[in-house]
Ligand binder design. Structure first.
Ligand code: SF4
Length: 668
């Protein structure tokens, strides 16, 4: 914190990263360059850093000061919106949460799509830094760049849907609303923060941090529409009820000063991008943004992936039709079986309701479905696989109800799927303690989600700890399909070694959206339309997916750095290169139109690598061991059938490739 200009409100000036973190060699992988080659000049990062990158500097400061427990109130939990959020461009509807993860104990960063990022900036901040602990259940109101707390006893232990509805009714349709559910209040290590009803900040347990800090919700109230010349005109805003200004809210009298603790709530204004008064974010070149949006809209239908994402039932139902070994089946133990007809797209279409749109993006990836029980739910890409085939559950209605129960409880469906997969496997191996409920693959996960959300017994507490802790408790560590304590995404890494390397090397734990998947570049299974983008990155295309060697490590380093740069700017990978319409050139145009700074490909890769190094530095300061293996199953049990039969990750070659990848990115 450099200066407090009002209680709890500070402007965080951009500083060079070297002021906090040691300068390291920079990975660069533009065409013709040697990926990972050290540069004499050190990092070339813009001094006006994107907020998600600056957040890592703030977190590193706290860790360097000795604050290393995720639940330490001095460890910041940071919400960060990229410089393009709310700009009107497609693929920019993202917000990041950054802190220490209660699930892994390491650096954590996770992202939500939807309108919350734009709402954060419209409330006058691109960074919200939370430290301290409120004295009682509260909501944090953010408006015009300032923050205050209000009592919210009525929201303590409420479901996320009820809490969102109550706050929406109180503050209006334009408010950005992030809430936790009962899992967050019980410090479940897979507790999420749900933004704007349908868009979770998934994995990693940040909902438990908010619960521990007595924060039921964060509400962003937009300022008066005051766009810069040429930006969105006031008349173009939706005609919704005016939000209740914090000082005029009769329902919730102010209970405390604006901070959780001295200097605790820190909305950092974005001087480069926020309009005066905390209203509509200002773009450097709104006309250029409009042109990019028009081009994206024109190209989306012809792109096979964005077209697939756009059409109901959307990208969440991919397990049906996938080859054996592509997705997780029965805790990754069954690689001979494909998803059954109960998960066919028409079963989901019968329950399709609408899209849950991201502002300004025509792709409409998230689709809302009506489950047979529970509130309507929007499907992202992993939930059906994690709670369906991964648990031996093959009925669309049962899976949708379980996803809805997870999200209403503020639980991450993927972590829950991984934890229950471990439980079911332990049960089938006869390792459950006496008195625990009987179960096995095929058991409806719904009652276990309810137990994890609100249960008071030892079984419920064990579920709230996640798969790795559960497996240790049951004496079946080989049943924990985890890396860094985080449950694997439901994309089987055996058949995609680049994805496998990313699972092991990503400092924030395994993510399926850290790199574009190997199969997209495979000569037999791939998407030829994206190969020219690969070649622009200096990579060969097509490239057989199953190969695990030094070249795989090198190309994965480039792909990791590329999508890390997208994360730094808050650009959505489901809209972006190498497979979607936002090409490398368009991303440069997009950043330039939003910020006035145009990164070329080399600069993008440097920025992405720098972000990964900052995460790595935090882990190193925490003393976190760097994994060089995945769960044993990935190295010992080849895929049993189908097009990928025989695929397995040789453990020694894998460890060598992880080491090479880390060296390439400066993570060693
Ligand atoms: S590509 Fe999909 S997830 Fe990404 S911003 Fe657009 S609609 Fe949202």
């Amino acid at each position: 914190m450099d200066a407090l200009d009002a209680p709890g409100i500070a402007v965080l000036p951009a500083r060079p990263v070297a002021a906090v973190l040691p300068a390291r060699a920079v990975a660069a992988g533009a065409a013709g360059a040697e990926p990972g080659g050290p540069t004499a000049a050190g990092p070339r990062v813009p001094t006006d850093e994107p907020a998600p990158l600056a957040a890592l500097r703030i977190l590193a400061d706290a860790v360097a000061a000795g604050h290393r427990d995720p639940f330490d109130p001095a460890v910041p939990l940071i919400l960060a919106a990229g410089p393009l959020a709310g700009s009107g461009a497609p693929g920019t509807a993202r917000v990041a949460a950054i802190g220490l993860s209660p699930l892994s104990g390491t650096v954590g960063e996770t992202r939500a799509e939807g309108p919350f990022g734009a709402a954060l900036r419209a409330a006058g901040a691109s960074l919200l830094v939370l430290t301290g602990r409120a004295a009682r259940p509260s909501i944090l109101l953010l408006h015009n760049g300032s923050a205050e707390l209000r009592d919210a006893a009525e929201l303590a232990d409420a479901g996320t849907v009820a809490a969102t509805d109550a706050l929406r009714s109180r503050y209006g349709a334009r408010a950005g609303i992030a809430v936790i559910g009962p899992a967050g209040w019980r410090r479940a290590r897979a507790a999420t923060i749900l933004t704007d009803r349908y868009f979770p900040l998934p994995r990693l347990g940040f909902g438990a941090i908010l619960g521990d800090r007595n924060l039921a919700a964060i509400v962003c109230l937009p300022g008066p529409p005051a766009p810069a010349p040429g930006a969105v005109a006031p008349a173009q805003y939706p005609a919704t009820p005016a939000p209740v200004a914090p000082a005029q809210d009769p329902a919730t009298p102010a209970s405390e000063p604006a901070t959780l603790a001295p200097g605790a709530v820190t909305p950092a204004q974005d001087p480069a991008a926020a309009a005066p008064g905390g209203a509509a974010p200002v773009a450097a070149d709104p006309a250029a943004l409009a042109a990019i949006a028009a081009r994206y809209r024109a190209e989306q239908p012809a792109n096979p992936l964005t077209a697939w994402q756009h059409e109901p039932p959307g990208f969440g139902v991919w397990p049906y039709g996938a080859e054996p070994g592509y997705g997780a089946h029965r805790n990754f133990a069954d690689t001979a079986t494909a998803a059954g007809d109960g998960l066919a797209p028409d079963r989901f279409l019968a329950r399709y309701r609408q899209a849950a749109p991201c502002p300004d993006c025509p792709t409409d990836c998230l689709k809302v479905f009506t489950p047979p029980a529970g509130p309507p739910v929007a499907l992202h890409q992993e939930a059906v696989a994690a709670l369906g085939p991964n648990l031996g559950v093959e009925d669309a209605g049962t899976v949708l109800a379980a996803v809805a129960a997870c999200l209403d409880a503020g639980l991450d469906p993927v972590s829950v799927g991984g934890t229950l997969g471990c439980l079911y496997e332990a049960a089938e191996r006869g390792r459950l303690p006496a008195g625990w409920p009987p179960c096995g693959f095929g058991t409806d996960p719904g009652p276990f989600v309810a137990a994890a959300a609100r249960g008071a017994d030892e079984f419920a507490a064990a579920l709230r700890g996640g798969a790795a802790r559960l497996a240790a408790r049951l004496g079946v560590p080989d049943a924990a399909m985890t890396v860094r304590g985080v449950e694997l995404p439901p994309f089987d890494p055996r058949i995609q070694p680049g994805l496998a390397l990313a699972y092991a090397a990503a400092p924030t734990g395994p993510r399926y959206d850290a790199v574009e998947h190997d199969l997209d570049f495979d000569p037999g299974h791939g998407a030829p339309h994206c190969w020219p983008q690969l070649r622009e990155l200096g990579l060969t295309a097509p490239e057989p997916a199953h190969r695990l060697d030094a070249a795989r490590a090198d190309r994965t380093a480039v792909l990791l750095a590329l999508w890390s740069a997208l994360d730094a700017y808050g650009i959505c990978p489901y809209a972006s290169t190498p497979t979607r319409p936002l090409s490398l050139a368009l991303i440069g145009d997009l950043v330039a139109a939003g910020t006035g700074y145009r990164p070329d490909t080399a600069a993008l890769l440097e920025l992405g690598a720098e972000r990964l190094r900052r995460q790595h530095w935090i882990n190193a300061a925490l003393g976190v061991a760097e994994p060089d293996r995945l769960p044993y199953r990935m190295h010992a049990e080849p895929v049993a059938a189908g097009a990928h039969a025989g695929a397995v990750l040789d453990p020694d070659r894998f460890a060598a490739a992880v080491a090479r990848l880390r060296t390439r990115l400066g993570l060693a």
